[in-house]
Design a protein around this ligand. Structure first.
Ligand code: C2O
Ligand code: CU
Length: 468
């Protein structure tokens, strides 16, 4: 056993002796998962090409799905067998700050050959994911991520529960990963947009289905920066959850948008004819393409569709009270074709050219978010309600992620949503605003950043401090 994990064990043991019996018992009930971050190979583009060298949890991409039932505790032993330090963030989970996995903020990086034990009890069911949170624009881009599913105590009846972890790779002709992580153009434009979109690590995958089958489809966008707008042809998907949290089931007309880091849960009745096939098509950017294809087996599963309820139990996140709270305006500026002229970098006002020479091109409220020890954008007492207005004054979309909390999305471009919904990574479109509110009930210093990972690396980040 290496030194750090030994120290953790010994301090845990010391704690355990001082704890009442019930706590000790529940500590034995934790589900142990071992995850080794290491190099591996993946057949991303099929048998005609060599396997791609990736970094993955247990050498795979995506890393194996972690599945818990609501109320279960996880104890994840992360072992680093990479040549570089890493850390694991549990995206969308409202967990204690010390378990959040942001190297340099909530923990020290896990050094090569070292280990770290994450232990927490997710408070909400739903679709989440885990990923590296150190030099994420490279480590996530090389494959260090996987699905994290918290099952409801009484999930709706479906025939199959599918997870589609969507990614977007930039591969060279020999199927190796292009090494230009954090390239200047990606930082100042749309982020690293690749040339090989995959579902569960496979390009142009085929998914066998049966006519009449009811599928719960969990979409998780693990791309560095690519956003998706998926069309399902003749199928009529119902959205039942967004960013892990339940919404009133509603039929989606038009494409299902999943921004980088976002999740959408759908229920789909497979209404195609036996023997037929149908692609799922993306159209977020100018050119559309087939992401994956459903292929129906020859025999139907059932003649008339299931008619059982698909609604999930409502979220149990505290409701903000915004009646007497002033909104905090959060202006996002910079990037190519943006109007940013000057901003503060390390506390100093500078012109954009000077800032760009240091690799930064974005600012939140005129401040470049280049450090984890910078003064917080927001400093609130625990249990206070917070109101945000995001104002995107740039030419690019930004999936804005707040750690440790879910925010209620109330309005887009000044127009109130008919059903406000909980989000952790809302996609803020160019020249748009979003109004959100939440209860700052989770103490600690939390990262708030754009999940286009190159944008974050280029300064699109800030801290939110919740005092205990
Ligand atoms: Cu998905 Cu800062 O994280
Ligand atoms: Cu961004």
């Amino acid at each position: 056993m290496d030194r750090r994990s030994f120290l953790q064990y010994s301090s845990m043991a010391a704690l355990a002796t001082a704890m009442p019996r019930a706590v000790i018992a529940s500590s034995h009930a934790a589900k142990r998962v071992d995850m080794t971050a290491r190099a591996g190979k993946a057949h991303i583009v099929g048998p005609d090409f060599p396997a791609t060298d990736i970094w993955g949890f247990n050498g795979q991409v995506p890393g194996s799905p972690i599945r818990l039932t609501l109320g279960e505790t996880i104890e994840a032993h992360v072992h680093n067998k990479l040549k570089v330090p890493t850390a694991v963030h549990w995206h969308g989970i409202r967990l204690p700050n010390a378990m959040d996995g942001v190297a340099g903020l909530t923990q020290a990086a896990i050094e090569p050959d070292d280990s770290f034990v994450y232990r927490f009890t997710p408070p909400d069911a739903g679709t989440y994911w885990y990923h590296s949170h150190l030099n994420a624009y490279e480590q996530v881009g090389r494959g260090l991520y996987g699905p994290l599913i918290i099952d409801e105590l009484e999930p709706p009846r479906v025939d199959r529960d599918l997870v589609w972890m969507i990614d977007d790779w930039r591969l060279l002709e020999d199927a190796s990963i292009s090494n230009d992580f954090g390239a200047g153009h990606d930082r100042s434009h749309a982020g690293r947009i690749g040339n090989v979109p995959t579902v569960n690590g496979r390009f142009k995958d085929i998914v066998k289905v049966r006519s009449g089958e009811r599928i719960r489809l969990r979409l998780i966008n693990a791309s560095n920066a690519r956003n998706f707008a998926l069309s399902f042809g003749d199928l009529v998907p119902s959205i039942i959850a967004v960013d892990g949290q339940p919404v009133t089931p509603h039929v989606q007309t038009g494409p299902v948008v999943v921004g980088a880091a976002g999740r959408v849960d759908l229920v789909i009745d497979m209404t195609g004819d036996p023997g037929s096939s149908m692609p799922v098509t993306d159209s977020f950017y100018r050119e559309s393409f087939d992401l994956v294809k459903w292929v129906y087996e020859a025999s139907p599963m059932r003649e008339s569709l299931l008619d059982t309820p698909i609604a999930l139990a409502p979220a149990t996140i505290p409701e903000p009270d915004i009646s007497s709270v002033d909104p905090l305006n959060i202006v996002i500026a910079g990037g190519a074709m943006g109007g940013l002229r000057r901003a503060r970098l390390d506390g100093q006002w500078m012109g954009l050219r000077e800032i760009a020479q240091q690799g930064y091109v974005w600012a939140i409220n005129d401040t470049v978010g280049n450090r984890l020890d910078m003064p917080p954008l927001l400093d609130v007492a625990r249990h206070e309600s917070v109101r945000f207005v995001f104002d995107n004054q740039t030419a690019f979309p930004h999936p804005m992620h707040l750690h440790g909390h879910h925010m209620k999305l109330l309005a887009i471009n000044g127009e109130e949503l008919s059903e406000p919904r909980w989000v952790d990574s809302p996609l803020l479109m160019p020249n748009s605003t979003m109004e959100l509110a939440f209860v700052a009930d989770n103490p600690g210093d939390w990262l708030f950043h754009c999940h286009a990972l190159e944008h974050h690396a280029a300064g699109l980040g800030a801290l939110v401090r919740v005092r205990s």
